[in-house]
Each structure stands twice: as C-alpha cells, then as structure tokens.
Design a protein around this ligand. Sequence first.
Ligand SMILES: [Cu+2]
Length: 275
Amino acid sequence: MQNRVGSKGSTATAALLSLLIVIMVGLTVYFFTVKQFFAPPPITANGELIDRQYNLTLYMTGIVFILSQIGLAYAIFRFRDKGQRAQFTRGNNTLEMLWTSATIVVFLGVGILGRKAWAETRFTPASADAIKVEVTENQFVFNFRYPGPDGKFGRLDPKLVSASSGNPIGLDLNDPAAKDDIIVPTLTVPVNHQVELELRSQDVIHNFYVRELRLQQDAVPGIEIPIHFTATKIGQYEIVCTQLCGLGHYKMRSVLNVVSDSDYQDFLKQQAAAQ
Ligand SMILES: [Cu+2]
C-alpha cells in the first residue's frame, strides 16, 4: 500500500472547484440584479410593503450567501492537499455561539419587521364599507358572486350545485335575496376601493393568487376565508390557482379587472340585467 502522507493532491482540481463556486455565485447575483424573473410592480399599498420586506430579506440573505460561498471557495483552495498531515480540530465555541446568535437576531428581526405587511391582510378586518365578493373555487374554475342591488347574498344549498344546469354554486332561487345575485367567471372591482373576498372551495384545496396584489391565499373546503385588498391601478391581471388541485390545475385561472368607478357601475348594471 502506498503511503499517502507526503504525496500531494492536485492544485488544478482545487483551483477549478474554487473557480466554479465563484462563477456560480456571480451568475446567481447577476440574475437577481437584472431582475429578469421578478414579479411585475405591485398595485396595492400592502404589496409595496411586502416588496420592501422581500427586498430586505433578499439583501440580508444575499450578503450572507455571497460571503459564505466566497469563504468556501477560499477554504477549498487555501487548505487543499499539499501533502501535509491532517489535523483534528474541536471547532471554536466562541465563533459558533457568535454566528448562531447572529442568525437568531437576523431571523427574529426580519420576522418582527415583516409582521405589519403580513398582518394587514390576515388579522386586520376589512372596513365596513368594503365591497364584498364571494369566491367559490372548484376543479378547475373560479366563480365570483356579487350580492346584487339588494346588497344581500342569497341562500346557498349544496344539494342544488349543478354546473351543467347553470347553477355552479348551488344558489337557492326560492330565497328572495338570491334572485338578484350576480355570478360571473371573472372578478371586476373598482379602483381605490377596498374589496373583501370570501374564499370557498367545493372540492379540494385551491388557491387565489394575483401577483400584482402580492396576495396568495388557499381556499379550503369547509371554511370561508376572508381576505381584502385595495387595488390602486386600473388594468387587467391574472388570477391563478397555485395549489396542485388535480389534472386540470394548469388551466385553472381567471381574470381580475380593476376598473374606474363608472365602469364598475356599468358592469353591475349589465350583469344584473343578464342574470
Ligand atoms: Cu385549483
């Protein structure tokens, strides 16, 4: 058997591995700085808060990522096999305590700073004059229900659910409040008005996600989940289901139309006449 002590490892291999790590770090930083895969700008004040929080987290973890990877590349090259005898080390308690507590401080700090952006849509109730829309999801469609001119949602009966006969959410037309309810496959809301959605699901777990709202919430069978937002920019945005909910999941999407006040009134009138 050959004696390993005294024989040297390859400098080229260590240099190549270090270089590869540096190149990978460079590429990663490049893709983040050109923002090629970034989401479109937010259209809510809360979305801007979330972006600020996201960027803060990205910068902090980005700096740690760059430093630790460059450190790794350095260590690979600096401590390569030069034929020396390997040494046993028990580590450095002070250093380990230091970076463990630094991680805790950063982790908790970022969490505490971000609580407002998160709690605003989850724990703060919608204002009393928010426009209420009920969202019912099932494989693989969205249905949006407006209460109509009377401002009241009519009764629903699961036994009446029948998409093929034009009653996808099971509206009970014997209830007078149900007669003027508007049910449409896309969501139309007025700009600069708070909207409260009530998310429901008829079968499996689905999701309601609009990138520009920075809002993503599951729809879970058996519970009604309220979320709210105030869109500040007129436009058309994509609503997608982000839960893998079955074979047709890939095509489960809808449209969010943010329109002017007068266009919203026109939409309600047109729909009321069409129902
Ligand atoms: Cu779905």
